[in-house]
Structures are given as structure tokens and as C-alpha cells.
Ligand binder design. Structure first.
Ligand code: HSE
Length: 330
């Protein structure tokens, strides 16, 4: 599949980019569904909404400041040494030898934190895309990935790429290898819809990673890699039935589902309403279903939201196709 890799701009050209106060940019980066049920840490895709926004301005005074964060209920640090966005951007600036640059960042969270929707990834990717665009660095976006992964490591103790890679490249992404990093963009059927429900309970990724098993049985591994291969084949073959029957996870879901209110009940309801598949988004608590059309996706989100309201749990819902574009300037 064709990807959007471009020529790398020479470091000298980036170094010659204009500095100074005034220049600013407003960037959106999308939420992502990592794991895609069977592909723990290796599969993910981007959606059209929700997503986070970063406004970045050149200040003319070396160093990064964060002047404003909205939508986080005061949970994220304004200290640039502790915020994943500024830390990742600083790593990028160091790597291109531009420690002379002064930046101010505003971060506008448009999705819940700790939701399993790649909240920290969306913020970090928005920040990295903003600085790359401000500097006119038209290098392959893949160059930003290691800096985004540093942000993930800071956010949850592990630098997985299955949120940051689809947030950065858009579309459906396979992390074939971490060392060396090898990211493959996958095709997907046109018109596949994703219904997302975020039940308002907190499941920090750091903790959701600690509870999963460290060792697995060979028999279970065989089941799991059969399903991953089936899902990837289904994506290439445009075979939605194959995608649906491959999205089964016997390794992680049985443990993590315990952190999600009425997970199996919600699955039953989604499947009865015509979902192709249903599972945990990333480390949860968000859940998602693939559907063949928008109406079915809407019916599923409404029904699950109603159910959660009935057990006194608030929720947010989103319906989206797969976002093939990734971050964009607003
Ligand atoms: N692959 C990661 C995990 C995604 O499941 O922990 C976190 O959103």
C-alpha cells in the first residue's frame, strides 16, 4: 500500500527556518483504538472524533512554556518538564539541534483522560505535528514516531506505538517490530464504521498493563496469532466477516474486561444489534464495535449509553469511520 512518506528535509534547511515571536499554528490529532481486540501492542487505527488540539506559538525566548490546558479538569501538569507534549517536542528540537527555539503551547483536551482512546498520544502527536509544520520540516512523519513513543513511556511507563503510530499516520497500522521499529500501514474496507462508548470509570493504562499475564501457553498463542493473521487478511481482502470472526482476544480481554462495567452484557447487546465485532479500545474502559453502516453504529452507541445510564454510569459516545489522514492543521 502506498504510504505518505516524503523526502527528508536536510537538517540545514530546518535550521534555516525562521524564528521569532508571532508565528503560530493550531493542530488537531485524532483519538485511536489500539490493539483492535486481538493485536495487543501491534495494531491500531485512528478515528475522526474525538481528538485533541494544540495551539503552538513561537516566543523568541529559548525554551518551552505551557500557558494553558483546557478539558483536563486540572489533571495534567503545566510544568513543561512533566508534560508529555512539551517533553516530546523538546526531544524533537534537541534532535535537530534547535534548542534556541522558544515555544508556547496551549493544549485543549477534547477527550477524556485514561479512556483507552489514546488521549496522551493525540496530545503528543498534535504537539509534534505542530512543531514540524511550524519549522517547515517536511521530513517523513515517521521521523516523529520515536519522540511520540517517549511521550507514551512517560504517560504510562511503556513506549508502545499502537496509539501514536495511527494518530501520526492515520488509517490502520501494524507495528510489525519494535526493535527495529517497523510500521506498516494496512488497507481497510471502505465504509467500515466504528461505534465507541466510553463508560466514565477511570482505568489508567499503567495499571491496566500491570494486571495482564506475563506468560502465556503455546496453545493460546496459536489461537491468538491465527486471529491476528485473520484480521490482517480480512483487511486486505475487504472481507468484513473474516474481520469480525478474527477479532477475538483470549489473552488480554479476559483480565481487562473485569475493569469495565458490564463488558460482556454490552458485547451481547452490540452483537444483537448487528455489530461485526466488539471489544476493548486500547487498555479500556472504552469499548468499540465495528459495523457495516452508520445507523447500526448509532443504534449501538445509544443502546449501550442507555444501559450504562441505567447502572448509574455516565458515558460519552462517538461514531466514526476510520480516519486516514491523521493530524491536520485547523
Ligand atoms: N497496547 C496498549 C495497551 C494500548 O493495551 O496497553 C494502550 O492504549
Amino acid at each position: 500500500m502506498e504510504n505518505n512518506i516524503q523526502e527528508v528535509k536536510s537538517p540545514d534547511a530546518i535550521k534555516a527556518s525562521p524564528l521569532g515571536g508571532g508565528g503560530g499554528i493550531h493542530v488537531f490529532a485524532p483519538a485511536t483504538v489500539a490493539n483492535v481486540v486481538c493485536g495487543f501492542d501491534v495494531l491500531g487505527f485512528a478515528v475522526n472524533e474525538p481528538g485533541d488540539e494544540v495551539i503552538m506559538r513561537m516566543t523568541g525566548k529559548p525554551g518551552i512554556t505551557i500557558s494553558k490546558i483546557t478539558g483536563d479538569d486540572g489533571r495534567l501538569p503545566l510544568d513543561p518538564a512533566k508534560n508529555t507534549v512539551s517533553v516530546s517536542v523538546q526531544h524533537y528540537l534537541n534532535s535537530i539541534g534547535r534548542t534556541d527555539i522558544g515555544l508556547d503551547i496551549e493544549l485543549h483536551k477534547k477527550m477524556p483522560i485514561g479512556s483507552g482512546l489514546g488521549s496522551s498520544s493525540a496530545s503528543t502527536v498534535a504537539g509534534l505535528f505542530a512543531i514540524k509544520t511550524l519549522l517547515g520540516d517536511d521530513a517523513d512523519p515517521a521521523k516523529l514516531l520515536p519522540f511520540a513513543m517517549k511521550g507514551e513511556e512517560m504517560a504510562c511507563g511503556h513506549g508502545h506505538a499502537d496509539n501514536v503510530a495511527p494518530a501520526l499516520f492515520g488509517g490502520f497500522v501494524l507495528v510489525r517490530s519494535y526493535e527495529p521499529l517497523d510500521i506498516i500501514r494496512l488497507p481497510h474496507p471502505e465504509g467500515l464504521y466504528c461505534a465507541i462508548v466510553f463508560p466514565d470509570v477511570d482505568v489508567p493504562t499503567r495499571e491496566a498493563r500491570q494486571i495482564i499475564r506475563k506468560n502465556i501457553r503455546m496453545q493460546d498463542a496459536v489461537t491468538q496469532w491465527g486471529n491476528i493473521a485473520g484480521l490482517v487478511s480480512g483487511l486486505f481482502m475487504n472481507d468484513i466477516d473474516l474481520i469480525g470472526r478474527s477479532m477475538k482476544d483470549i489473552l488480554v480481554e479476559p483480565v481487562r474486561s473485569m475493569l469495565i462495567p458490564d463488558f460482556y452484557k454490552m458485547r451481547e447487546m452490540a452483537m444483537e444489534l448487528g455489530a461485526v465485532s466488539f471489544g476493548i479500545s486500547g487498555s479500556g474502559p472504552s469499548v468499540f464495535a465495528f459495523t457495516r453502516d452508520e445507523d447500526t453504529a448509532n443504534r449501538i452507541t445509544q443502546k449501550l449509553q442507555q444501559h450504562l445510564t441505567g447502572i448509574n454510569i455516565g458515558s460519552n459516545t462517538y461514531v466514526s469511520t476510520i480516519n486516514d489522514k491523521g493530524p491536520r492543521v485547523l
